[in-house]
Design a protein around this ligand. Structure first.
Ligand code: MGD
Ligand code: SF4
Length: 730
């Protein structure tokens, strides 16, 4: 461009500075280069996934032109992952929800009319009042994920309901956290406290780091490998991480626990465990040794389809490098319905190797904490939350599908209203038919979202939240080696007629006479009060985005800083009395899960480095990088089926459910007994112009799920599919 063309273009667009914002980034960046515009940088943190990386929004004349990592943030370290870089794609996605909408057609018909905020909020408030009067406040449930939770959970509690369901527990990391808490008295945190850069051996059980892209963890992973850390990847698929591995163990899906028990067996038999550590900190060694005495490598070889030699060799590699061994506990751990026990087995291995609280294993979180900003206490709910009776170890995040079940059955009491914020339930929960049936029974479904997702398109009222780049949210407190406090603040004012989540929650509360629970005028006011309480300089925080409170305490167990475990015994529980008392196996026990029948494949799924669940499928920038998912199928099997690489096929599951067309990725990098897809595609909402009907929806195929009796999480790797060539019905 020349200066003259720029001025001409901006003149044509109205010649005001504000009009420059409507110009393409290229123009704005060029104008910046010429010194005609000056960029400002607004620190915030990312919401494209839940790692909460500190970001700097580069703003040129009212337009976010770029997002960069905040060097001051421990999770970002100056970098964002590709998804985080694509945040502006969400901001400027023309498909965004722009005004409140009220349903005019039947549920699922996707017919809506525009409404004003007053009209939509009044309608919601009147329905919530009616449900409370007729059925009690506990008949309203909240499904939530991410930062909207900070605003809508207080609204739910103030209203008087205890019923919350977060897919991040029952469909994700619930069993992992419960398994580790039962073993060590605490979970691994988020971000996980894995000491990757100091480990000599890293083990990934299907946790495909690099495709599963958590920014700081992938940075650490790359550093660890560059420094010579040995990697064992246990995965039926030759993942990107497997390409870097010292050992790839292509395990038969659903048999990981057999491999873990055999490793425990070898480590005990060959006395590769850390005796001094166990003597000081653990209990139940004798019972553990007895329980795994039959779990020989030969036995496990038959179950796992691995060689006994590879099992012994890898067990020795762990033992010889203890305690600097990190077995990643995974994150999305809801696979087979015995997932708490699988996570317990990882915890037990970590304990035998002495790596919990040790360098190269898992570091300890800072013991510092921050006082709570007190508010009006919530009323005591009259009825107990739905799930607690059924699953003794379900936590405060609730069990999503129990709310759905109560909605369908009216037991133990009716559920009449759902508020859904920050989660696309149709894509997050297994068995979509049940979700639709439950929604059809509701008196009220409110969805607060930024995009017209499949779930939003079933709502009675849709409220458009502005994106994370246009709003304040609660301060993010990171608990790693130190405490870090990060601020989310608007890089620009909300586009269209969208509003921040805090404002929406407060407006609903006001209409329900619950305004006392939201006593501040703006969220910024509350954030300032919190900073004052914590002794944090708010003006400084606004400028730098993240403030770290240094902690000089050693993050490892040492002789002068011995470990504390908040279990019943005060020790690491290799044998869990708590599980025994509740009728569960005190030491993990292997059960064989059904496998595919001839002609079938187990459906396994995972992540793409450029997408988060279903939330990014329509993002213009990320869609360009990976527009639709593919199904990985073993080349031998593809040949038998006459399927060629790149050809469209259809998946048909054990219950006869058919997928959208999906491209076949024919490869030797996957076993013959399973197929693999990236989760989150195949949108049904017509309002998502890019994602609509692109790729196959794995959740649509997951009609069956195995519930973990310990915590209520849903194992979702238990479905089988046939692969059909497109247009050919078997
Ligand atoms: P997303 O699919 O990303 O996550 O499931 P969800 O929590 O449902 O949908 C998030 C929703 O939040 C989208 O509708 C998005 O538009 C909206 N959103 C994004 N930003 C905002 C915002 O700022 N405000 C509001 N109000 N809304 C926003 C994830 C869940 O799914 C999880 S945690 C896991 S680990 C599971 N993963 C998984 C899987 O891998 N495979 C299968 N088959 N099922 C899975 N289910 C689980
Ligand atoms: Fe954003 Fe990526 Fe960080 Fe997630 S890992 S918060 S998507 S930059």
């Amino acid at each position: 461009f020349s200066r003259r063309t720029f001025l001409k273009a901006s003149g044509a667009a109205g010649c005001s500075l504000a009009a420059y914002a409507a110009l393409p980034e290229k123009f704005l960046l060029w104008a910046e280069e010429q010194g005609m515009l000056k960029a400002s940088y607004v620190p915030t943190f990312c919401e494209i996934c839940f790692w909460k990386c500190g970001a700097m929004a580069k703003v040129l004349n009212g337009r976010v032109v770029k997002l960069e990592g905040n060097p001051a943030h421990p999770g970002a370290r100056g970098k964002l992952c590709a998804r985080g870089n694509g945040g502006a794609g969400l901001l400027y996605d023309p498909n965004r929800l722009k005004t409140p909408l009220i349903r005019t057609g039947a549920r699922g018909e996707q017919k809506y009319r525009k409404a004003t905020w007053d009209e939509a909020l009044d309608l919601i408030a009147s329905k919530l009042k009616r449900i409370k009067a007729e059925s009690g406040p506990e008949s309203v449930a909240l499904f939530t994920h991410g930062t909207p939770t900070d605003h809508f959970l207080p609204l739910l509690f103030a209203y008087g309901s205890p019923n919350v369901g977060m897919p991040s527990f029952a469909q994700c990391r619930g069993p992992r956290d419960v398994g580790l808490e039962l073993t060590f008295g605490e979970g691994i945190g988020s971000p996980e406290r894995v000491d990757l850069t100091r480990s000599k051996v890293l083990v990934l059980f299907g946790s495909h780091l690099g495709e599963n892209m958590h920014n700081s963890q992938v940075q650490d992973f790359a550093d660890a490998l560059a420094a010579g850390s040995k990697l064992i990847v246990v995965d039926p698929r030759f993942s990107i991480a497997a390409g870097k591995a010292h050992s790839w163990l292509p395990i038969r899906p659903a048999t990981d626990l057999a491999l873990m028990l055999a490793w425990i067996h070898v480590i005990i038999k060959e006395q590769l465990y850390d005796k001094a550590y166990l003597d000081s900190y653990a209990t139940g060694f004798a019972e553990l040794a007895e329980a795994v005495s039959d779990c020989t490598p030969e036995w496990a070889a038959k179950e796992t389809d691995l060689s006994a030699e590879s099992i012994v060799e890898t067990a020795r590699l762990l033992g010889h490098n203890a305690p600097n061994v990190c077995i990643h506990p995974g994150r999305h751990a809801t696979w087979y319905g015995d997932d708490v026990q699988r996570s317990r087995a990882i915890g037990i291995l970590a304990a035998l190797l002495g790596s919990w609280g040790r360098e190269g294993g898992y570091f300890l979180a800072t013991r510092s904490s921050l006082p709570k900003l007190e508010g009006k206490p919530f009323p005591e709910p009259v009825k107990a939350p739905l799930n607690l009776g059924n699953f003794p170890f379900a936590g405060a995040e609730g069990v999503t599908q129990e709310i759905r079940r109560a909605t369908l059955t009216g037991e133990p009491y009716p559920i009449k209203g759902w508020i859904v914020t920050g989660t696309n339930l149709m894509k997050a929960m297994p068995n979509q038919k049940e979700t639709v049936e439950a929604i059809n029974k509701l008196d009220l479904l409110v969805v607060v979202d930024v995009m017209p997702t499949d779930t939003a398109m079933m709502a009675d009222v849709i409220l458009p939240e502005c994106t994370y780049l246009e709003r304040h949210d609660a301060l993010a407190v990171g608990k790693g080696r130190s405490l870090s406090i990060s601020l989310r603040q608007p890089a620009l004012q909300p586009l269209y007629d969208s509003k921040p989540g805090w404002w929406i929650a407060k407006q609903i509360a006001n209409r329900l006479d619950l305004g006392d629970y939201f006593p501040w005028q703006t969220l910024e006011e509350k954030i300032q009060a919190q900073c004052a309480l914590w002794g944090v300089n708010y003006q400084e925080l606004k400028k730098v985005g993240t403030i770290t409170i240094p902690d000089s305490a050693n993050p490892y167990i040492t002789a002068d800083a011995p470990a504390e475990f908040k279990t019943g015994s005060g020790k690491i529980e290799l044998y869990s009395k708590e599980l025994k008392e509740k009728g569960f196996d005190p030491v993990p026990r292997y059960t064989r899960h059904p496998g595919p029948r001839p002609g079938e494949f187990r459906l396994v799924y995972g992540r793409s480095p450029v997408h988060t669940f279903s939330r990014t499928a329509n993002n213009p920038e990320l869609h360009e990088l990976y527009p639709e998912n593919e199904v990985w199928i073993n080349s031998g099997k593809a040949k038998e089926l006459g399927v060629k690489n790149g050809e469209y096929v259809v998946l048909v599951n054990q219950d006869g459910v058919r997928s959208n067309r999906i491209k076949a990725k024919v490869t030797q990098r996957i076993r013959t007994d399973c197929v693999y897809v990236v989760h989150g595609f195949g949108a049904a909402s017509k309002g998502l112009s890019r994602a609509f009907a692109k790729g196959a929806d794995d959740q649509g195929m997951i009609t069956r799920y195995a519930v973990d009796p310990i915590c209520g999480s849903t194992g979702m790797h238990v479905n089988f599919v046939r692969v059909e060539k497109e247009g050919v019905h078997a």
